[in-house]
Write a protein that binds this ligand. Structure first.
Ligand SMILES: [Zn+2]
Ligand SMILES: [Zn+2]
Length: 281
């Protein structure tokens, strides 16, 4: 593996934080409200379906559905991690910041994040979570409209897996933000240490030369496996040859990071006492 380029001198000042337009912020607030409402509604329907099964068929059917729901919780969380990686990869590598509709509000924050990783720690709740809630709404709205029978196992599983994937997606950018904070809340630190959410040192692998791996940012559970099977390389080839998308290779050399917080974050990580980058690459 090639040695990483030498770091540039620390920046004198950081750039202005990225801000969405007022119109997009209102749209994000609407997305958060709709996502929370629909998630609550669908969870209620799932639990109600299990209750109905218990009443109709005694305990056995209800117990089976409860197991189905438990499986969907884990699978949904895993699906959220995979989805976060695919979306992250797409916005890092496939699209230009000039792409209509997506460019300014979705691609630009991802690209900017590479030259200014600390910017995300300055985002408020709406800015952090709004875009992900809008994405979750694309799944939650059809789920709420389709008349599923929640007492049927496979139908309950389909709804529940996407509901819990949406919850994971909702939380993804919050986990990502905590992974860049030097002092996240105590609960977040505990969850990071247990690797129930994205750990800080794990995510730094994505921000380290050659910048082409560890795109999953919900928990990062799939990162080592996807790296091992060359998933990102296959996705790149698929995008390039089948979808005919241009490939952007933002390796963000350190010498181009003047005025960014990437250098400062790297120094911060180096100063921490715990082992860094312990995963095989
Ligand atoms: Zn990235
Ligand atoms: Zn990051």
């Amino acid at each position: 593996m090639a040695n990483p380029p030498s770091p540039a001198p620390p920046p004198a000042s950081r750039p202005q934080p990225f801000k969405h337009t007022l119109g997009h912020t209102a749209f994000e607030l609407l997305g958060i409200t709709v996502a929370m409402t629909l998630t609550s509604l669908l969870l209620y329907r799932c639990v109600h379906g299990i209750g109905d099964a218990w009443e109709i068929d005694g305990t056995s059917a209800g117990n089976s559905l409860a197991l189905v729901l438990a499986g969907a919780v884990f699978s949904g969380y895993l699906l959220a991690d995979l989805g976060s990686g695919v979306v992250h990869f797409s916005f890092d590598r496939f699209f230009s910041i000039d792409t209509p509709v997506l460019g300014r509000h979705f691609v630009h924050p991802f690209r900017r994040h590479h030259s200014d990783p600390k910017d995300i720690t300055l985002h408020d709740f709406i800015e952090t979570n709004g875009n992900n809630c809008l994405a979750a709404c694309c799944v939650l709205i059809p789920l709420a409209l389709i008349p599923f029978d929640y007492t049927v196992g496979w139908q309950l599983f389909v709804v529940a897996i996407f509901v819990f994937a949406s919850i994971g997606t909702f939380a993804t950018n919050q986990f990502h933000k905590w992974a860049h904070m030097l002092h996240p809340p105590a609960l977040a630190v505990w969850l990071q240490q247990k690797h129930l959410i994205l750990p800080r040192d794990h995510h730094q692998i994505h921000h380290t030369h050659p910048y082409h791996t560890h795109y999953c940012i919900t928990t990062g559970w799939l990162n080592a496996f996807l790296l091992k099977i060359h998933f990102w390389r296959f996705l790149e080839i698929f995008g390039q040859r089948v979808l005919r998308l241009p490939i952007f290779t933002e390796e963000t050399p350190w010498e181009q990071l003047a005025g960014s917080t990437a250098f400062a974050e790297r120094e911060e990580m180096a100063s921490l006492s715990e082992p860094q980058f312990s995963e095989s690459r």
